[in-house]
Design a protein around this ligand. Structure first.
Ligand code: GTP
Length: 405
């Protein structure tokens, strides 16, 4: 079955919970395990034997994706095109606007992937499942969450044959522990449903699968679910990016061990080091560390559970734990940048990572990872703990639990 894919990348007004890391680069291009977040989507989609085209759909200026698309086209040898909405059209409105392009050459199925999710996605299995369900116009990927967490997602009630009986987006009270993963496989016939919903004098307005389309499709029995128990998470916050980093590095170990680093420094567990980075042989890295291009790491540096973005300099004996270090930042000798680890509760089955807000009910910063925005300079011997630092700051004192504006 020939398949096209659309990745919903949103626009600059989206991804606010990812600040300050989304201030300089679109969130979908944030590097996780050494490559932009949506390159992981593209990589997995390219495992499909009959994939003919990938589209990035959003309302960022197209230039922001030009270099990324060029790189991916040569890496994956698949046509990739950016489709630009003039403003937010919702998760389904853009699909209608670009109907002619998307339905050209009669694809049998069209994947729609939210950019801000990550996981080990069973895309090939979804194609087989849709093929075997002639009455389904759309297959949505679902997973299990706890009762408490499920209300933050699209809740899905499914019968024993996988037919969706109810779909409620972010319900106010508990509906089901089955939640939508933001990954859909559509049949072309669904465009008729979209058109009926929205065309108003020929102008396409905003339209959302989650609130406008899926609840109605569930009521007529044309929406089906495909359940996965593999790793899946949202990537709404920088803490979620560190969590995704750990899992994508684990997938490298299972499927592409050549992408992981095994020499050049003392390596513990899964570590990605860009070939253009220089790492002193006495530095100790890992587990779960990604080092971007052009980074320089001095003697005796210790890094664990962190992402270091391109062109940073980490001076001798500095220590980076549970943190993201933004582009071109420098950390002085014997300085320490440290955050608090965040992970799903290991004692609760199916628990997902909480996308905690920055502040708690008392107005205090929730302890989380430390984030240095781009071009931040930490002086020698300073300690930066559980803090968020905006770009272009020189930190010549120590800070704890602060947002440095
Ligand atoms: P929040 O919790 O408020 O973030 O809502 P959500 O988790 O339901 O996410 P949301 O619906 O805002 O976005 C889901 C995905 O669709 C993300 O990958 C967005 O980048 C993308 N998206 C959201 N709005 C638009 C839009 O207007 N156009 C396009 N092309 N993509 C969008």
């Amino acid at each position: 079955m020939s398949v096209k894919s659309v990745i919903l990348v949103g626009g600059a007004q989206k991804g606010t919970r990812f600040r300050p890391l989304s201030l300089q680069s679109p969130k979908p291009l944030f590097p996780i395990a050494g490559v932009p977040l949506i390159e992981h989507h593209i990589d997995q989609l390219c495992q499909l034997p009959n994939l003919t085209e990938i589209y990035l759909l959003g309302f960022y200026p197209a230039e922001e994706f030009t270099n990324f698309i060029k790189d991916c086209k040569s890496k994956f040898n698949v046509p990739i095109q950016y489709l630009e909405e003039s403003g937010s059209l919702g998760t389904a409105g853009g699909l209608l606007k670009f109907e002619n392009i998307l339905l050209q050459n009669n694809p049998k199925g069209i994947f729609v992937l939210n950019a801000d999710v990550c996981g080990d996605l069973p895309v090939a299995e979804m194609v087989v499942e849709l093929d075997s369900q002639p009455h389904a116009q759309c297959l949505i990927l679902t997973t299990e969450a706890t009762r408490e967490q499920s209300i933050n997602f699209g809740s899905v009630v499914v019968d024993e044959n996988g037919k969706v009986l109810h779909y409620v987006d972010k319900p106010t009270t508990f509906v089901s522990t089955h939640i939508s993963c933001g990954i859909y496989l559509l049949r072309p016939e669904i465009w008729k449903v979209l058109s009926k919903e929205i065309r108003n004098g020929g102008i396409v307005q905003s339209l959302w699968f989650e609130s406008d389309i899926f609840p109605k499709m569930a009521s007529i029995g044309s929406l089906h679910a495909f359940h996965t128990t593999r790793w899946w998470s949202q990537t709404k916050t920088a803490a979620a990016a560190l969590y995704a980093n750990r899992h994508y590095l684990r997938l490298y170990r299972e499927r592409h061990p050549e992408r992981l680093c095994s020499k050049g420094a003392k390596i513990e567990g899964d570590v990605f080091i860009d070939p253009s980075a220089t790492v002193h042989p006495t530095a100790v890295l890992g587990p779960n560390v990604s080092i971007g291009g052009g980074v320089r790491i001095g003697a005796g540096v210790r890094i664990r559970e962190s992402i270091v973005l391109p062109d940073c300099i980490l001076e001798e004996h500095s220590c980076i734990l549970h943190s993201v270090i933004g582009w071109r930042s420098t950390v002085g000798t014997w300085a320490r940048v440290e955050g608090t680890p965040i992970a799903p509760n290991p004692n609760i089955p199916f628990a997902k990572l909480d996308n905690k807000p920055l502040f708690n009910a008392d107005g205090r910063l929730n302890p989380s990872l430390t984030i240095l925005g781009s071009d931040v300079h930490v002086s020698n011997e300073q300690i930066i703990l559980n803090s968020v630092v905006l770009p272009y700051k020189d930190l010549s004192a120590s800070y704890k639990n602060q947002i440095i504006l």
